[in-house]
Design a protein around this ligand. Structure first.
Ligand code: BMA
Length: 329
């Protein structure tokens, strides 16, 4: 019987490890993290900030693969268990009827979202600066690129897995031109057709709490629950010489996600393990994917670690909801 707040299909084959007896946290790490190490295939330096989804009897994912020359692009991967991945050597080839958009030079931090019978990929796309690229597929064989959602500069375009009030809905993080200034807050936008996006509304801004005071951005596709949309997001703080990226959580109203019902004052996962603290960019925990099992309320959260590795963390949705409510600010 389904006795969890999670509203999702059952995923009996999803990756899972029970919480270790000595763990007092709401989120715990997969015991053999990282699941994707450096140089996982001949032409790749690293794979991280990627997104996976149940597919046929196993899982499929769109991966950020940084090449040997460090250019990021999007590659398809398949897995039977969600842990051991076979990632294609060549980037996804998108068809696009718009010559101005069709030549992808840099693409990173993909999200993969199923709405009805279609899979949508959104990513950080280079078009006179970072903006949100969009494409769809029904079979993971042909991929149709459509318009960018927004003008530059924007990062982290995260679709909701259902239309809201009859419209496609997206969270994103508008930003300034330079990478390290004009920091980001989380905004909501809606569209009748994925081409024309509007009704942009601020959802929440980087907060006064130190761990997320510099910038925030939406993480994986929002998780539908009886309590509202559970949003995992990244929050960034600064130190004397760098940034620290952690994962936080908030609960948004189910019919009007611009309303924040609860926002947790503590991060749920921060860089602590060596694969999170040391790498191409140290001290980065960057969640971009989640697999949710509606039968048990289990979550497997996929996150990029130190802009170098792919790792998994686990949680129970009901435990996260209680924790967020108990520690809301
Ligand atoms: C963000 C993006 C992510 C990256 C993170 C930490 O702005 O560039 O791809 O993981 O910074 O470097």
């Amino acid at each position: 019987m389904n006795n969890t707040a999670l509203i999702a299909d059952a995923v009996p084959t999803m990756p899972w490890e029970p919480k270790p007896a000595d763990c007092n946290e709401v989120v715990w790490r997969h015991s053999t993290n990282p699941i994707i190490d450096l140089h996982p295939m001949p032409k790749a330096r690293s794979v991280f900030n990627s997104c996976v989804i149940p597919w046929e009897d196993g899982f499929i994912g769109v991966f950020r693969v940084d090449s040997l020359s460090m250019e990021p692009n999007l590659h398809l991967g398949k897995s039977a268990d969600g842990i051991n991945w076979k990632i294609e050597e060549e980037p996804i080839c998108f068809t696009c009827s718009e010559p101005a958009l069709g030549k992808i030079t840099i693409a990173y931090d993909p999200r993969l979202c199923k709405i009805d019978d279609t899979y949508y990929i959104t990513w950080c796309n280079a078009y006179y600066g970072a903006t949100i690229g969009q494409a769809w597929t029904k079979d993971f064989k042909t991929f149709h690129q459509i318009e960018n959602a927004f003008l530059p500069f924007n990062r982290n375009g995260v679709l909701f897995p259902k239309k809201i009030n009859g419209k496609f809905a997206m969270l994103s993080r508008p930003m300034g031109k330079a990478m390290a200034v004009n920091y980001g807050d989380i905004f909501f936008s809606e569209s009748p057709d994925l081409i024309y996006w509007g009704k942009h509304r601020m959802v929440f801004t980087a907060g006064p709490l130190k761990w997320e005071r510099v910038k925030i951005g939406p993480g994986p596709i929002p998780i539908e629950t009886t309590e509202g949309w559970l949003l995992l997001y990244h929050g960034v703080t600064d130190t004397c010489d760098s940034f620290v990226y952690s994962m936080g959580a908030a609960i948004l109203d189910i019919n009007d996600p611009t309303k924040v019902l609860y926002r947790c004052k503590f991060p749920l996962l921060s860089p602590e393990r060596i694969y999170e603290t040391a790498g191409y960019v140290g001290n980065v925990v960057f969640p971009t994917g989640v697999v949710a099992d509606g039968a048990t309320g289990r979550l497997a959260i996929y996150y990029g670690a130190a802009d170098t590795y792919t790792a998994i963390a686990y949680a129970q949705v009901d435990e996260i909801i209680s924790y967020v409510k108990e520690h809301a600010w």
